[in-house]
Design a protein around this ligand. Structure first.
Ligand code: SF4
Length: 107
């Protein structure tokens, strides 16, 4: 009997980078320099206050401070790079279990 493999396929963009990541910005520490907006413009955008916020997969800006959005798999590299290079150390990329994948003051 042939059984069909229905296991989900998740291909991390970078070795060691897990799928199912989510990202948030701590606006209290954002410098407004715009590095994240340059690196991943479909995930980060400035609001009228000049600080970066995250956008959902429909492009809706999440203007509640600290709101999370899922990281689209093709953008994992760009979002992780933004978190690694964020001058305010205020981008948090978290795994499904809440542990930090990248960013934050200790990232
Ligand atoms: S890179 Fe960091 S400090 Fe700069 S705008 Fe984005 S969230 Fe703010």
């Amino acid at each position: 009997m042939v059984t069909e493999d229905r296991s989900p396929v998740a291909t991390p963009a970078k070795p060691g980078v897990s799928a199912g990541l989510r990202v948030r910005v701590d606006q209290d520490a954002c410098t407004g320099d715009g590095l994240c907006v340059q690196l991943a413009p479909s995930v980060f955008e400035f609001d009228v206050d000049g600080l970066a916020y995250v956008k959902d997969d429909a492009g809706e800006l999440q203007t509640t401070g600290g709101a999370y959005v899922p990281v689209p798999l093709p953008l994992v590299d760009a979002v992780v790079d933004a978190a690694d290079e964020c001058p305010g150390t205020c981008i948090y990329v978290e795994r499904p279990d809440g542990t930090l994948e990248a960013g934050g003051p200790l990232g």
